[in-house]
Design a protein around this ligand. Sequence first.
Ligand code: ZN
Length: 313
Amino acid sequence: MYYMKIFSKIALYSLLWYIIFMSPIFLKPTMKTLIWGTEQWGISAHPNGDDKIENEEFPGKTLSQLWSENPELFGNTKGDRFPLLTKIIDARDDLSIQVHPDDEYAGKNENGSLGKTECWYIMDAKPGATIVIGHNAKNPDEVKSMIENREWSKFIREIPVHKGDFFFIEPGTVHAIKGGTVILETQQSSDITYRVYDYDRLQDGKLRPLHVKQSIDVITSPFVEKQPPLNSSKTVNTGLEQLVCCDLFAVWYGKIEGAMEITQDQPFMLCSVINGECELQGKKLVKGDHFILPYGCGKVTLNGNAEMIFSSI
Ligand code: ZN
């Protein structure tokens, strides 16, 4: 009898533990309005936009708190901060021509911040839309002189962009999202951007600050176009298309037509609905909704018709 009691207690606690800690974690995105459009920080624990958790079992908690207080949800991943950030960027107008530092430069010059490797899945693009990736200078001296002499049309490498395109942007790569494009960005949890050129436009009557010295420091030259690195041994999820797998993150695209079973075999998995509608454990999800599948949650089924982007470390 005594053992039965103990046993049922253990069973009850493990069931509760399973319900609380193995459930998907839903987030309330942080919205930002900028001079050129809006950013939705869908999955973020960055101090500039630390998302609130929506699950009742974590009242009032932010993602950064969950990361430090419940490391088991993230497979006890080492690190003093949640490493990734998922954004939806709706660019009505052009973003500045910019570049990001790597971990080493940012750590040294930006108060220990992470650098920023990022990637873009193009959710929507107006006919004729373009994007800036790379530059046409042959060496660091040309980078410096083209920037200092403001030879923007010579310097900037602009290419057409279409819905469904994917770009992997390493630190040191000159880039800009241009107006008429909506993207889902998966990036390191960093907010360090060096503006090279901002089209001389004004915000509240003033020019936004440029970071010419830092930009010249970090821009890689010459620019070499590369395909995103892949790794077929990362994950056993069937039905997901791997878009990139680098040292910092892996990103997948998935299309749900009726139902899709996801095997969560990663330390944690970030999930974003980028088109359509689906349902997960009775919760309806639409474009712009995001959730995290915690460590050990096993198989989950998404029902509906939707396109999704997944990522993990
Ligand atoms: Zn960027």
